[in-house]
Design a protein around this ligand. Structure first.
Ligand code: UD1
Length: 447
């Protein structure tokens, strides 16, 4: 068995220092309403597990509408390290996993991205063993992987943990009945990946129902997997002997769509979102409408139009929840919108503790927010002022950019590498919508 020689390190802290040391920043001259139309990019959270699944298919898969973001870059490097041949031309990624040979995943990439953990299921399936450091990712509270490990061991994997290093091996994976005590997107994906090529039947009870799970199942089904119950919390998977290469298109990103809708609301502008996953945005559209905005859906065109001319009003309470509830990934964007809206909002985070990372930065911009455990109370009606702020995680970073667009004066956001993990080019898109926004280095700012 491979034993790690690496000393124990605080991986979360390392990823944060790494990111803040890069000297790119985003500068915004605020108070410009966003107007115009923009296309929604492919989904990060759908693309990553689909890319991991390609490793299980001996042959060449083509993934279209794959977002060009750093997390996809890390996933592609990890696949290369395992022996895949990878090519990325714009939004089209080709992965040839004919010759997969390395079961140890390099910590350099694993530490940067929590989603590397879903390679465990894929590697166990294909290679029958995997060695991985404890994965990193956005610093949004505790993010254990006990459900992943327990599920994999129920499928027959022998797992040992030494310091930050996890080794899992299995002579054969065998179908099992896995009952999650609560819904986990990543753990559900890992078990799906480990079970589609396992012997016999697997039942996953209390499976996550996020659209990104459906996307993974649809990809695997196209490749020959036998999965029933897609879209429900009860999945039944019958193991097949082999998966065959396919060409597949990634769904559009509901969180990026929501980001642009909330940024438009914060700036009191109007937007037409194109190639929008309307069917995945129910709770988001509901909240935006209830806050007094004019939001129209054109299903056939896959477009959402949003007009935010007048005053917007806070709702009494919004609670983040598992799908189809209001997504935790849009909590910080709603928080910024609430700061500018009339009245008070109680915003409750029910998925991740420690996810109110931007409260301190927003207070520095003039917001009035009280924190109380997993709730924040936002007293709205505030005119934000431009400040130098720090992004500490992906969606919070995008929310700070939105706050900068609404604020009076100049805002600079550092920690942009968090934002680049999930947005192809947030500066390009907001610029296209009329924002006065640029990327620059610390040196250029000082000139
Ligand atoms: C995924 C998404 C992330 C989103 C989240 C919730 C990706 C790449 N990321 O993250 O953007 O915010 O779903 O919709 O798709 N938990 C445990 N033990 C485990 C696994 C999870 O306690 O083994 C807990 C987590 O700490 C959290 C909750 O379960 O409190 C839900 O997490 P999970 O659904 O697993 O989120 P991720 O898959 O990490």
């Amino acid at each position: 068995m491979y034993k790690s020689k690496l000393p124990e390190i605080d991986t979360k802290e390392m990823a944060e220092i790494d990111c803040l040391q890069q000297d790119e920043l985003i500068r915004i001259e605020g108070r410009t309403p966003l107007h115009g139309s923009v296309r929604v990019q492919g989904s990060k959270n759908a693309a990553l597990p689909i890319l991991a699944a390609c490793l299980m298919i001996p042959g060449r898969c083509i993934i279209r509408n794959c977002p060009v973001i750093t997390d996809v870059g890390y996933m592609l490097r990890l696949l290369e390290c395992a022996g895949c041949m990878v090519e990325q031309v714009g939004n089209v990624v080709t992965i040839d996993a004919t010759n997969v040979r390395e079961y140890r995943l390099p910590g350099k990439y694993v530490r940067k991205m929590r989603s590397s953990v879903i390679l465990m299921g894929a590697m166990l399936s294909r290679m029958k063993e995997v060695g991985i450091e404890y994965p990193g990712g956005c610093v949004i509270g505790e993010r254990p992987i006990d459900l992943h490990l327990k599920g994999l061991s129920l499928l027959g994997a022998d797992i040992s943990v030494e310091g930050n290093y996890i080794y899992a091996g299995a002579k054969t994976l065998k179908g099992a009945r896995i009952v999650f005590p609560f819904s986990s997107v990543g753990a559900t994906q890992n078990i799906i990946l480990a079970s589609v090529l396992a012997e016999g039947e697997t039942y996953i009870e209390n499976a996550a129902r996020e659209p990104e799970i459906d996307a993974l199942c649809n990809f695997l089904k196209t490749a020959g997997a036998d999965i029933e119950g897609i879209g429900t919390s009860m999945l039944r998977i019958r193991g097949v002997e082999i998966l065959h290469p396919v060409s597949f298109e990634v769904i559009p990103d509901r969180i990026v769509a929501g980001t642009y809708l909330f940024a438009t609301m914060v700036s009191r502008g109007s937007i037409c979102l194109k190639e929008t996953p309307i069917e995945h945005l129910g709770s988001v559209i509901e909240v935006i409408k209830a806050m007094g905005n004019d939001i129209r859906v054109r299903e056939e065109q896959r477009e959402i139009q949003l007009y935010c001319g007048g005053r917007i009003q806070n709702l009494p309470l919004v609670r983040t929840d598992i799908y189809p509830g209001f997504p935790t990934d849009l909590q910080s964007l709603l928080l910024v919108a609430a700061v500018t809206a009339k009245g008070e909002l109680v915003l409750e985070e029910s998925i991740f503790n420690g996810r109110f990372k931007i409260v301190e930065e927003l207070r520095r911009m003039g917001a009035y927010i009280r924190e109380n455990g997993n709730q924040v109370v936002i007293s709205g009606g505030t005119e934000l002022s431009g400040r130098n702020v720090i992004a500490r995680e992906l969606r919070g970073g995008a929310a700070l950019v939105a706050a900068g667009i609404a604020a009076e004066g100049m805002t600079t956001v550092v920690g942009t590498c968090y934002i680049n993990r999930g947005y192809e080019d947030i500066v390009r898109d907001f610029k296209m919508l009329g924002a006065h926004i640029d990327r620059m280095t610390e040196n250029e700012r000082e000139k």
